[in-house]
Design a protein. Structure first.
Lengths: 227, 332
């Protein structure tokens, strides 16, 4: 089973890109599963189900979404494998820019959009900087030169990645991206695998439900700004 | 890694010769204070806790720097010369064979015509992807009569194709001059300031209405944006093939624009329904149901008509200017 982790800032077009890739994989008669991770609510699982692919939805609720991801992804992979998926795609949003779901030896894709601003590529951490494939969306809204300038900023922070422009609405570029998916990591289980980068940590009173503001209520792993 | 010496020279020297290394390091959130110590010394002495906060490991940073330098050094390599681009037919949407083998040479202008949804974009995408029978149309693309290296597909340094899309919007908060400078820097041209001045001057010659270098790109008119992008493509782009998705009629001298691109010895493919642009092309590919249905060579009679079409166009343009300047059109 080919397994890929797809991540990207909220509203960058991850779901649209994945839907276009699914159409292209279905043309090639492949059986596909998708695991959608989100925080509070998502209806994207219905969009996937409508395409006739197997889908699992995970909502992290009051937990850190990427910690939730890493605690569940192994059983999701087993689920995909047991259900005979030829492709399994995990979709998760990187919400704090320091998190990343990418796993060593597992093909990692980051989706980022042209409208997010010239300074955005350097603001995003390992989710973008350690990805194997960077998909840039919403290129139809800006000029060629602006696409190039944006892509050069992405290249600066992740020079080793394959950078592709994909239009999530028309599907332009999705065919080409799918060709790359055919070479994605082929696995049966995530046992023994490690994350590409550690996740940000916090273990303080606020993690445990504290809501009061003030020095006297802060215990655990606390860091202070220099003021 | 081709140039290991730069890791061992004093940082002050390395950063003067390769200013983009500083940009690279600061884009990871690192602080650079150049001194007489080497780049290697700098990398060896990075604080692991700081790197952890920035979300990068030292190994990954060094790997990225290596990839980045390889890419930057490749930018100064000469571009492979494209003498011929060959399209070998595949099939249309109904599976009918597209029986053709078409070879295009630098300086040629080929127009692509056909209704919306007929497959014009797919043809342009096949060329950009240097398709090898692996796209829905099963077309094959040869460069210099050979199956090209697949590096063309993903290279950002040596892109085979530069595309000028119909959409000319900008969202970046930059002036025209800053924007073009940033674009020039991303291409690592040797004399960015001169190139920037050239592009702005050329764009002003193409545009119906002049604009100043400090005009924000977001407030350029449609015609000014197109003029800027065409000048940018002609002067900055090293890509031997230009794909143009319609040069709209308003606010730009289309003939001058096309001449400027031809001058740069590119192979030009242009999707258009504009009669003047279509007749300026050497050939027209008629797309129907996803396939190249017919090839029309621009005939002598058509070329003759081009003269009267241009007169007509100039007349309309003059009327447009009169409207713009507040004149009436009672006598035309």
């Amino acid at each position: 089973m080919r397994f890929l982790t797809i991540s990207g800032p909220p509203s960058s077009g991850k779901t649209s890109v994945i839907l276009r890739v699914i159409e292209s994989l279905q043309d090639r008669k492949k059986k596909i599963g998708v695991v959608k991770f989100d925080c509070l609510l998502t209806d994207d699982d219905k969009l996937y189900a409508k395409k006739g692919v197997l889908v699992k939805k995970g909502l992290s609720g009051a937990l850190c979404p990427d910690h939730y991801f890493v605690s569940n992804i192994e059983s999701c992979v087993t689920w995909g494998h047991e259900n005979g998926c030829e492709y399994l795609i995990s979709e998760s949003a990187g919400l704090c820019n320091r998190c990343s779901p990418h796993i060593k030896e597992i093909t990692a894709v980051c989706v980022i959009d042209n409208l997010s601003g010239i300074g955005t590529p350097k603001k995003i951490g390992p989710m973008l900087k350690s990805a194997d494939i960077v998909v840039i969306t919403k290129g139809d809204i800006v000029s060629q030169a602006e696409r190039e300038v944006f892509a050069s900023r992405v290249k600066q922070v992740n020079p080793g990645a394959i950078i592709m422009n994909v239009n999530g609405i028309t599907g332009q570029g999705a065919f080409e991206l799918t060709s790359l998916f055919e070479d994605a990591s082929d696995i049966e289980t995530l046992k023994g695998k490690v994350l590409r980068f550690s996740m940000p940590s916090a273990l303080c009173s606020y993690c445990l439900g504290e809501t009061r503001i003030g020095e006297e209520h802060q215990t655990g792993n606390i860091r202070k700004m220099e003021i | 890694m081709k140039d290991t010496a730069l890791f061992h020279k004093p940082m002050t020297e390395t950063l003067t010769q390769h200013p983009y290394i500083e940009d690279f390091l600061t884009s990871f959130g690192l602080v650079v204070k150049p001194d007489t110590n080497s780049l290697q010394h700098y990398l060896d002495n990075l604080d692991p806790d700081n790197l952890e906060d920035l979300g990068i490991s030292k190994d990954q940073l060094c790997q990225s720097l290596d990839d980045f330098l390889t890419g930057m050094l490749a930018l100064s390599d000469p571009m492979d010369k494209v003498e011929a681009l060959t399209i070998i037919g595949g099939h249309d949407k109904s599976g009918n064979a597209e029986e053709l083998e078409l070879t295009l040479k630098p300086g040629e202008v080929i127009c692509i015509v056909g209704p919306t949804g007929s497959g014009k974009s797919r043809l342009l995408a096949d060329i950009e992807w240097v398709a090898q029978g692996d796209t829905p149309t099963k077309r094959k693309i040869l460069i210099n009569n050979q199956v090209p290296d697949s590096k063309w597909r993903f290279s950002t340094e040596h892109k085979l194709v530069a595309q000028l899309s119909q959409n000319m919007n900008f969202v970046m908060d930059l002036s025209a001059e800053e924007f073009i400078r940033m674009h020039a820097e991303s291409r690592l041209v040797t004399d960015p300031e001169e190139k920037v001045a050239q592009i702005l001057q050329q764009a002003n010659e193409l545009a119906g209405e002049q604009f100043a270098p400090d005009t924000p790109v977001t407030s350029l008119s449609g015609g000014q944006s197109r003029a800027l992008m065409i000048a940018d493509m002609a002067i900055l782009s090293k890509s031997p093939i230009a794909l143009i998705d319609e040069i709209e009629n308003a606010g730009i001298d289309r003939k001058k624009a096309l001449d400027l691109l031809i001058k740069e010895e590119k192979i030009i493919l242009m999707a258009t329904h504009d009669p003047i642009l279509a007749l300026m092309g050497d050939r027209r590919l008629v797309i129907k149901n996803g396939g190249i249905h017919k090839i029309i060579e621009s005939s002598a009679a058509e070329r003759k008509n081009l003269v009267s079409l241009e007169e007509l166009d100039n007349k309309l343009l003059a009327l447009r200017n009169r409207i713009r300047t507040g004149d009436t059109l009672e006598n035309i």
